[in-house]
Design a protein around this ligand. Structure first.
Ligand code: CTP
Ligand code: MG
Length: 181
């Protein structure tokens, strides 16, 4: 498989997992998931993880997966190679897995004494990959292994941190995010 093809498939397949974090920033606010509860000296998750943000993120991922699925055939014929249409459970695994990974990361940040908004290099960039890929493999096994071949996974692991840093820098410059990570 040509490298460019692999990159396009990886990016397309991951879009429903990429967009939830950004949608959560836009839609966030209101009651925190942990309801203010603490574990030890620190909050369980913190005020940065809200029900509304999580719902906005998952919804955005699902809607985007639907839109991409609608265009998948046409885009495939224009490109000359197939890009994935998303099965409902694959879309759910990617979108919900991304939000779950982000929540898990906040849990780990609070356990390691990091305040809300503190950075955690590595975890910040890959938290959603670490959960969304296994969850999708679990929920839509055949779909997952059809599209997420080893070379696609490798591209995802390399491409994701680059995209994450870039989009967060843009969101920061636009005043949407308080920190550039
Ligand atoms: N957000 C949300 N719900 C989520 C994820 C994000 O409401 N499940 C919103 C919050 O307003 C949050 C912002 O998006 O402040 C940025 O997300 P993120 O960087 O993940 O949170 P932080 O505020 O940096 O908090 P943490 O240190 O826990 O990551
Ligand atoms: Mg943050």
């Amino acid at each position: 498989m040509a490298v460019l093809e692999t990159v396009v498939i990886a990016f397309w397949a991951m879009l429903p997992a990429y967009v939830p974090n950004n949608a959560a920033v836009l839609g966030g606010g209101g009651r925190p998931i942990d309801g203010g509860r603490t574990l030890g000296d620190a909050r369980l998750l913190g005020d940065g993880k809200t029900w509304r943000g999580t719902a906005a993120g998952i919804t955005a991922g699902l809607v985007l997966a639907g839109v991409l699925t609608f265009f998948a055939d046409d885009v495939s014929s224009v490109l000359g190679f197939a890009v994935p249409a998303f099965e409902p459970l694959a879309a759910l695994g990617l979108a919900a897995g991304a939000m779950l990974g982000d929540i898990l990361a906040s849990f780990l940040k609070r356990r390691t004494g990091r305040q809300r908004g503190a950075m955690f290099p590595g975890l910040d960039q890959l938290d959603f990959v670490v959960v969304s890929l296994p969850l999708t493999a679990l929920l839509a096994t055949q779909w997952f292994f059809t599209w997420f071949t080893w070379d696609v996974i490798l591209v995802v692991v390399v491409l994701t941190p680059i995209l994450h840093v870039t989009t967060n820098m843009i969101a920061y410059k636009l005043g949407l995010k308080n920190e550039p990570w």
